[in-house]
Write a new protein. Sequence first.
Length: 148
Amino acid sequence: MTAHLLLPALRQPRGLLAPVLPEREPALTGDPSLFDQHSRAIHVFTERGTITHTNPAFDAMFGSSRRRYVGRHQAALNSASVEANLRLLAEIRTAVDSRGVWEGTLQNRRGNGFPFATRAQVHPMQLDGGRCLVCFQEEVKHGYHSSA
């Protein structure tokens, strides 16, 4: 079963990410492994920034195995400073708390060090009685969005 079948409160299709992104926090509950069959790059992380789950599309986009990122801080996904990563994480949490979603462009780095940009949305997710954050990403190529 794919994760998008478990998300009842979906937006009307408006853009590339809309068909899979929930509008409200209660829509994202359960087991993050349900995202594994999804075509979009998805990773789940704690409010402190520790990555707890990646799906195969994420692993392919970043060009490395799941073992490379799970258990590491989000800072491992880019070459920004620790301070910049902490500011971004605080911005994401603030937006998620106030609006239920953070949207923006992320400057990432593949496992081989090659830089690339993604359009991303981060939503809260209830998991094992606690809140995590789930990030949906699509790579931006030459000014256009494309699925990874």
